[in-house]
Ligand binder design. Structure first.
Ligand SMILES: Cc1cc2nc3c(=O)[nH]c(=O)nc-3n(C[C@H](O)[C@H](O)[C@H](O)COP(=O)(O)OP(=O)(O)OC[C@H]3O[C@@H](n4cnc5c(N)ncnc54)[C@H](O)[C@@H]3O)c2cc1C
Length: 403
């Protein structure tokens, strides 16, 4: 058989693997199989500009149809893979067709977690992962007076901000005592809580949803403490789980994600995985699961190289962003457990926090400071730690450290 690489999942990572294979001069067949009926598209705007009605659906597309022709990438949409045979080196589609491969890539992404609560299947109880979900939320938002967002993480808060931009009342229910608690430091949580309150969002901390009520559609959210809210729409932003069931059933090592090494290699020969479906096991045994565009892109490049027999480990500092109202938050996180936080101020609603453990810079969080954030990321990538005094002096030139 001539060489054929099959990529399962036509999202951000799957597309990147296909593109990088051609960039790595792979001359065989590339089959990109997607479950959804849409060509690869960007998900981040779904909870941001797209939901706020500020960007068109066509703008979400990552590559136009001419790209796939020009690169000889066979993109098949509406083609979910049901099973993989690692010994026979084949995949079976849901419609029964079997296809052979010489190299295989999993880029199956993740699924939004759905609540296991009474009333969770009522119309108007939504999650947000793909374009189909976003279209449903957008249509319901147009007719809603109020939305209850469960989960004060990035996606939930972005949805709340889009709802407020459309004049819909928004309530955020968060089980913890601060916003985005898993991803940002308390100062950033406080800044965003104030921002949302100033735009009219009601935030309830330490609150647990006990059930959803309604007959034909959701009409109320009941809280565990006996309280609750009337509402037309509920969006759960309570995290996502890696789509690793097909890989696990095939016999690949999985642990809440397909286990990969720093070169995106899975536990079988000529099999790689990239993006939200993976968990990266460090040599010391610790596990990292990232859900970000950067990770999908960088791991996708590593996966393509690995399929070509080359090692291209992914080493950059993980970074992420969120847009809420007119505020851009960016985070680059090279470590946890900061014991010193130094603010680099630069005006109203614009600052960066440089976070240290001992004398080492471990992460930087920026609010409306994209240029400074890029610089900070380069410092983190280079393993450089500017002194707290230098960072705190807004006039000091941090760029000179990179020369
Ligand atoms: C609303 C939202 C906002 C986000 N905002 C940000 C942000 O601001 N910044 C950021 O960095 N990241 C953000 N993310 C995360 C980012 O979009 C993901 O990390 C990225 O899309 C991961 O790419 P992926 O290819 O791994 O997964 P996906 O893009 O989810 O693609 C996986 C694809 O595989 C398909 N698939 C699954 N199983 C099969 C199968 N068996 N057969 C065939 N196809 C299959 C799926 O249908 C899907 O199309 C956001 C995500 C969402 C949902």
């Amino acid at each position: 058989m001539s060489e054929r690489i099959i990529i399962i999942g036509a999202g951000q990572a799957g597309l990147q693997i296909a593109e990088s294979l051609r960039a790595e001069a792979f001359a065989g067949e590339i089959l990109l199989l997607g479950e959804e009926g849409f060509a690869p598209y960007q998900r981040p705007p779904l909870s941001k500009a797209w939901l706020a009605g500020e960007t068109a659906t066509e703008k979400l597309t990552l590559r136009g149809p001419e790209f796939f022709g020009a690169k000889s990438i066979d993109l098949r949409l509406g083609a979910p893979v049901a099973a993989v045979d690692l010994t026979a080196r084949s995949v079976t589609l849901a419609d029964g067709e079997t296809l052979d491969w010489t190299g295989l890539a999993f880029a199956t992404g993740a699924s939004a977690r759905r609540p296991k609560l009474d009333g969770a299947d009522l119309p108007g109880v939504c999650v947000l992962r793909g374009l189909r979900d976003a279209r449903e939320i957008s249509a319901r938002l147009a007719a809603a007076r109020r939305i209850v967002v469960v989960g004060g993480g990035f996606i939930g808060l972005e949805v709340a901000a889009a709802a407020r931009k459309k004049g819909v009342e928004a309530i955020v229910v968060e089980a913890q005592d601060r916003l985005m608690a898993r991803a940002v430091t308390p100062k950033i949580s406080e800044f965003f809580a104030e921002l949302h309150r100033a735009r009219g969002v009601e935030i309830h901390f330490g609150a647990q949803v006990a059930g959803l009520e309604g007959s034909d559609a959701v009409r109320a959210v009941a809280l565990a403490d006996g309280g609750g809210f009337h509402t037309d729409l509920v969006v759960f932003g309570i995290g996502a789980s890696a789509n690793d069931a097909t890989a696990a059933a095939a016999g690949l090592a999985c642990d809440r994600g397909i286990i990969v090494d720093s070169c995106a290699r899975a536990s079988a020969q000529n099999v790689v995985a990239a993006g939200d479906c993976t968990v990266f096991k460090r040599p010391d045994g610790s596990a990292v699961r990232l859900e970000s565009v950067q990770n999908a892109v960088e791991q996708g490049k590593a996966a393509a190289a690995a399929l070509m027999g080359r090692e291209k480990p992914f080493v950059a500092t993980p970074w992420f962003w969120s847009d809420q109202y007119d505020v851009k938050l960016q985070m680059a996180v090279g470590g946890e457990g900061c014991d010193l936080q130094v603010a680099r101020p630069s005006g109203e609603n614009a600052f960066s926090l440089f976070n240290y453990r001992g004398e080492k810079l471990i992460s930087v969080e920026s609010v409306n400071r994209p240029g400074e954030h890029l610089l900070a990321r380069r410092l983190l990538d280079a393993g450089l730690s500017p002194s707290p005094e230098l960072v705190g002096d807004a006039a000091a030139d941090l760029k000179s450290l990179l020369r």
